[in-house]
Write a protein that binds this ligand. Sequence first.
Ligand code: AVJ
Length: 323
Amino acid sequence: AVPGVRVEVYVKPGDAKRALRQEVLQGLCGSPKELSPRWLYDERGSQLFDDITRLPEYYPTRREREILLAHAGDVARLSGATTLIELGSGTSEKTRLLLDAMEEAGQLSRFVPFDVSEAFLRRAAASLAREYPGITVHAVVGDFEHHLSRLPGGGRRLVAFLGGTIGNLKPTERARFLRELSSGLQPGDGLLLGTDLIKDRARLFAAYNDSAGVTAEFNRNVLRVLNRELGADFDPEAFEHVAPFDEHNAWVEMRLVSQRTQSVWLSSLKRRVDFAEGEVLRTEVSCKFEQARVEAELDAAGLGLAAWWTDGAGDFALSLALK
Ligand code: AVJ
């Protein structure tokens, strides 16, 4: 046990495997074929995403950091929060910018990183506790779908959901997520939300179809995950990555396109899955926003927009909303 660290576990290692099997049965055996982006992030996938954040075409990470550098102090002051709850991640430089600003304002008492990966979270919690010896680190191993109601109470809380990850939820899922999150908050608690903004189509396209092919490898990696976890025999090279912007839904969607007619055997499920030539497997949607939409969706969940900040180029936004 690490001093100053408490870890609460709602997700057990076997749960992920069960959820994956369930999802693959539903998502790959119907049409159109779809998987949740959750499965993109095994160890290699997380490394590839990290590489993506440093690509010249992939602007969101840099833009959000720019906004936090300029406004972390405002976030601390306007939220008045003593507890920072971070959904996903918990090791990033962005987390530290927020913790530093709260510490500087003399109001930081607790950090609550929330993530599905127990091993990842334990490492993150231990190193944050070492870096911020004066605070309590209370890590929660859970997933957004089932365990939002388990966020620890007490003090004035700020929930940070950064990176634009909320864009991975489709509108109905997003409404449910925001409602559940909001229902667990007390008046005065806040949400700091990162959202990518609608922009020039060529730049949106380039960000998800980079010239070095890192995003393509990140996308195809999900097939390697299925091979390993479900004893499948996908040939990742038989699928092509493409991520077009869907104007109607205002989202970028990552697709794997089958390059030929092929069958894949999923040995742990004892199922065969057939792909036609050109058939699409959707692996992620990444919604892009404008201010009015973010404000309306927050409002519908009972969260009032208190501040809206963008980077200098207007590429990305951080919203502070209060219950
Ligand atoms: C981590 C979900 C915010 O949607 O931009 C990057 C993931 N997918 N390139 C995003 C991602 C393709 C990323 N999020």
